[in-house]
Design a protein around this ligand. Structure first.
Ligand code: FES
Length: 126
């Protein structure tokens, strides 16, 4: 199985790895078929993703897709973040081998859940 250079770069040197103390939103997403599991933490300021971090138990492709996802999401408005798709993640990595395309699902969905978690909290506070 051949990975693109971009995948290897993000796998070997993941960006935004870690967690945020007192995050504004948390998104959790797992894939029961392979057991991989991802947490996304966000801080929101002025309706934008001001900070984003991830923790993962996963394969190289899941690590790379999560890392590149955080780069795509950082600084985006919440609406823009909700529109980031699995395809955007795969494209940003210069593609993924077919058996690994499912790994890109974790990131976008976990991000959307983190944004929704934040929006639910804001709604609840009103
Ligand atoms: Fe399942 Fe990578 S093998 S997310």
């Amino acid at each position: 199985m051949m990975y693109s250079e971009k995948v290897l770069e993000h796998f070997l040197n993941p960006k935004n790895l870690g967690y945020i103390l007192e995050p504004d939103g948390v998104g959790k997403m797992g894939d029961p078929s392979c057991g991989d599991y991802l947490h996304i933490y966000i801080k929101v300021k002025d309706n934008r993703i001001a900070d984003i971090k991830f923790e993962i138990l996963g394969c190289p492709a899941a690590i790379a897709t999560s890392s590149v996802l955080t780069e795509l999401a950082e600084g985006k408005t919440l609406d823009e973040a909700l529109k980031i798709t699995d395809d955007d993640v795969v494209k940003a990595l210069g593609g993924l081998p077919d058996p690994k395309v499912h790994c890109s699902n974790l990131g976008a969905e976990a991000l959307h859940r983190a944004v929704e978690d934040y929006l639910d909290k804001v709604k609840f506070k009103k």
